[in-house]
Design a protein around this ligand. Structure first.
Ligand code: PLP
Length: 461
């Protein structure tokens, strides 16, 4: 339609989109999405799509909730903003902090608010550094991250991110502080670990971590950061016991364990937070964003332990001033949205819905393994990746020109479904409100789309 066409051209001329391939964008522009309701999105031409990625791993309660609009409007009318810098506060920010302390594991009782996941990771690293400065350990600064990790797009978060390749070749400003070790990728293991059992692979990864700490000197290493399940790196589920053992190593070397739960929290793995509930690991800091407000309003949070808080709140260094923060730290409207979001997840028992639907979700997903180009189906709860190969035994990837995941994406679109293409994989992370019928529809459409894409590739020769 005409209105949609006008938006499409304004967008193409003026909107710089994140992570966009300009070779195709300049030709094709973007798909204009106009409405959302429940698990569905509608485009400017009125086509409806099952949203299997929950926006971008974030609209956990589904789209278009009137209750959320009301909570947001109510807070705007009551008091849209006040200064969060120490001397004044607001009700939703304070109530949400107490609620997060109640939901988070262990003694993670203190919340530093940000505007999203990248800024929350940045804040976490600054807090870790400040913590060590306060303890008289100013050299203990290095952060160990993992290749294929995704921690965001500010400069330090991009440095922590381990997805490097020519496509992501920005300068890296903080290499002095950031080290990368192997990802816990059971499907594509590092050299030397190809044939190990799951337990032995776990030993391998833990030994690599400890060796790196010893090599760098424990007095120089401040923290380890990890996603409980690596998301954008390909939904990688670590071997059993991995997080718990990495946590123990951190404790042994006086390092902090930072869990980046930007994706995995607020129900995606069937619990408020995945670290302890799913992986028996209580971190020192949990970083959250996305599902905390289901994307209705941007919000991020670094939730820190009392152990860390007690040190950073000592009035010794810098006159006791925690010299970091944002105008929008604890924004009342964002916090009001998060509180309503949490209320909805609780009331509608959405964590329980994820747990109940998970076996069926994986049963149908594993059924795709009868298609020979499906190399691996993996994930945890409502986080899944399907990886495509030309040869399953040798795990040979499709050449980039085959464009397999984008082809599948296009075939899904034509059948009324949005998925996320990611190199040789596609990723699923549906709203927690998914129904059994949606699951059936999802895998029927996906099967047809994979076969159609494969057919296209064969025909193209
Ligand atoms: N951490 C993880 C695990 C993420 O998946 C993302 C975003 O996808 C981020 C951090 C960055 O969050 P944001 O895009 O809100 O800055």
């Amino acid at each position: 339609n005409q209105e949609g066409q006008a938006i499409w051209s304004q967008d193409k001329e003026h909107f710089i989109h994140p992570y966009t391939d300009y070779a195709t964008f300049k030709e094709e522009g973007s798909h204009v999405i106009s409405e959302g309701s429940g698990n569905y999105l509608t485009d400017a031409d009125g086509n409806r799509y099952l949203d299997t990625i929950a926006g971008l791993w974030c609209t956990n309660i589904g789209h278009g909730r009137t209750e959320m609009a009301d909570a947001i409007a109510e807070q705007v009318m009551k008091m849209e903003y006040c200064n969060p810098f120490g001397h004044s506060t607001n009700e939703p920010g304070s109530v949400l902090a107490a609620k997060l302390a109640e939901l988070a594991p262990g003694d993670l009782n203190h919340v530093f608010y940000t505007c999203g996941g990248s800024t929350a990771n940045d804040a976490a690293i600054r807090l870790v550094h400040f913590y060590n400065n306060q303890r008289g350990k100013p050299n203990k600064k290095k952060i160990i991250s993992r290749m294929d990790a995704y921690h965001g797009s500010t400069y330090i978060a991009a440095n922590l991110t381990g997805i490097h390749g020519t496509k992501y070749s920005f300068d890296r400003i903080a290499d002095e502080w950031v080290e990368h070790i192997s990802p816990a990728n059971m499907y594509r293991r590092p050299v030397g670990a190809e044939d190990l059992s799951e337990d032995a692979f776990c030993d391998f990864l833990v030994a690599e971590f400890e060796n790196r700490i010893l090599q760098l000197g424990p007095d120089n290493v401040a923290a380890f950061i990890a996603e409980p399940v690596m998301g954008a790196g390909g939904v990688l589920v670590a071997p059993k016991g991995y997080h718990r053992r990495m946590r123990d190593i951190c404790t042994q070397y006086d390092m902090l364990y930072i869990a980046d739960e930007v994706v995995t929290a607020f129900g995606r793995l069937g619990h408020w937070f995945a670290s302890e509930a799913v992986y028996d690991c209580v971190p020192d800091i949990i970083v959250s964003a996305k599902g905390i407000s289901s994307g209705y309003i941007p919000l991020g949070a670094a939730i820190i332990s009392s152990k860390v808080y007690d040190v950073i709140s000592q009035p010794q260094c810098e006159g006791g001033l925690l010299s970091m923060g944002f105008t929008y730290s604890g924004h009342p409207v964002a916090c009001a949205a998060a509180l309503k979001n949490i209320e909805i997840i609780e009331r509608e028992k959405l964590n329980e819905n994820v747990q109940a639907l998970t076996p069926y979700f994986y049963e149908l997903a594993n059924g795709l393994m009868d298609i020979s180009v499906v190399g691996d189906v993996r994930g945890s709860h409502f986080m899944m990746a399907i990886e495509f190969v030309t040869d399953r035994r040798d795990k040979v990837s499709f050449p980039a020109e085959a464009d397999i995941s984008n082809r599948i994406y296009q075939h899904c679109l034509a059948r009324g479904m949005i998925i996320r293409p990611l190199g040789n994989q596609i990723v699923l992370s549906p709203p927690l409100t998914l129904t059994q019928d949606d699951v059936e529809r999802l895998f029927t459409v996906l099967r047809e789309s994979i076969l159609a894409a494969w057919n296209d590739i064969n025909e193209a020769g």
